[in-house]
Design a protein around this ligand. Structure first.
Ligand code: ZN
Length: 112
């Protein structure tokens, strides 16, 4: 996988964990959970974001705002964001030095 893409996928995972934890934070605190882990997750997300090229990160942020999930896996040649068909020729191109977007919805694609 493209290293930038790998970082985007990791960033998306961490940010999803952070927003979930934030949503439940008052509840978790009430149950006696220690929320220090949240700060270190945020630190990790920040440092990952710093390693991603600005143009990729900017695009990711825009998609994230619009769809929630900005980076989606391709399963059975389908974009799992919008279920458009993804041409097989996209796969080989992704292994080179660029990111692929779904032609239909624009989400960033990866092949798990
Ligand atoms: Zn799509």
């Amino acid at each position: 996988m493209h290293p930038q893409l790998q970082k985007l996928v990791a960033l998306q995972d961490i940010e999803a964990m952070i927003s979930e934890a934030k949503e439940q934070s008052s509840e978790l605190e009430g149950m006696g959970f220690n929320l220090d882990g949240l700060a270190s997750l945020q630190e990790k997300a920040d440092s990952l974001a710093g390693e991603i090229e600005k143009r990729h990160l900017g695009y990711y942020r825009r998609l994230h705002k619009r769809f929630g999930h900005a980076v989606v896996p391709v399963v059975d040649n389908l974009c799992t964001g919008c279920f458009a068909n993804i041409p097989a020729s996209f796969v080989s191109a992704t292994n080179e030095n660029l990111l692929q977007n779904c032609e239909s919805c624009g989400r960033i694609l990866y092949w798990p």
